[in-house]
Design a protein around this ligand. Structure first.
Ligand code: HEC
Ligand code: HEC
Ligand code: HEC
Length: 123
């Protein structure tokens, strides 16, 4: 009896911490194409907007293109294979996490939310 109880408690504590850990971080997101992100996951989570902001300034003020933190590159990798976009539902990469975090960047009013190749070469 004691052994059974220990097993149940152990199983619960394992699965409970596992799910609490996941949900305290992010919703379920469709990462997209895969590969390797431009920085490690923790850096990306907390600093991605500073990185792309900086990239934007480099491009729009100094004319430097093809930088490491290009927004078009983010979209190429992170667009879902299901709808070919980083937007569209709460599982789509950028939209999903932003809905969860209650932020609404306006970037995709101008920038494409679809990968470049599929968009027919249009930026
Ligand atoms: C009103 C339209 C508009 C909005 C809104 C906008 N951008 Fe841009 N963005 C541009 C234009 C135009 C360029 C210049 C493209 C070029 O010269 O290559 C640019 C360039 C960039 C670049 C450099 C090119 C690249 O793909 O890396 C980045 C990064 C960028 N924007 C990020 C952002 C982010 C992040 C947001 C949202 C916070 C945003 N932009 C919102 C119009 C916009
Ligand atoms: C070559 C493909 C690739 C590119 C380019 C890329 N990523 Fe990633 N990104 C990934 C993968 C794969 C992961 C999953 C974690 C890992 O394996 O590093 C990830 C993870 C992330 C995460 C963390 C997600 C989470 O669930 O915590 C964020 C945020 C992120 N990327 C944003 C960006 C932004 C913003 C850009 C553009 C500046 C970008 N990524 C460019 C492939 C990419
Ligand atoms: C793992 C969760 C997560 C993912 C995935 C994610 N973001 Fe974010 N993003 C956030 C959070 C949280 C904030 C708000 C940060 C703050 O204001 O402190 C934010 C803020 C931003 C901002 C600044 C918004 C503002 O109004 O100042 C931009 C730009 C941005 N994200 C772009 C992107 C792009 C582009 C993608 C997809 C390639 C992406 N993010 C994917 C969590 C995420």
């Amino acid at each position: 009896m004691l052994r059974l109880l220990t097993t149940i408690l152990l199983a619960c504590s394992l699965s409970c911490t596992a799910s609490a850990h996941e949900s305290s971080f992010t919703p379920k997101l469709d990462i997209g194409k895969g590969g390797k992100c431009v920085e490690d996951e923790a850096t990306m989570r907390s600093h991605h907007y500073e990185l792309i902001r900086h990239q934007r300034d480099e491009t729009t003020r100094k004319g430097i293109r093809g930088g490491k933190y290009s927004l078009a590159d983010c979209v190429d990798c992170h667009a879902s294979k299901k709808n070919n976009s980083v937007l569209g539902s709460s599982e789509n990469f950028c939209q999903g996490c932003h809905e969860y975090a209650a932020v609404k960047p306006d970037c995709f009013e101008c920038h494409s939310s679809k990968p470049r190749k599929a968009a027919g070469g249009v930026k």
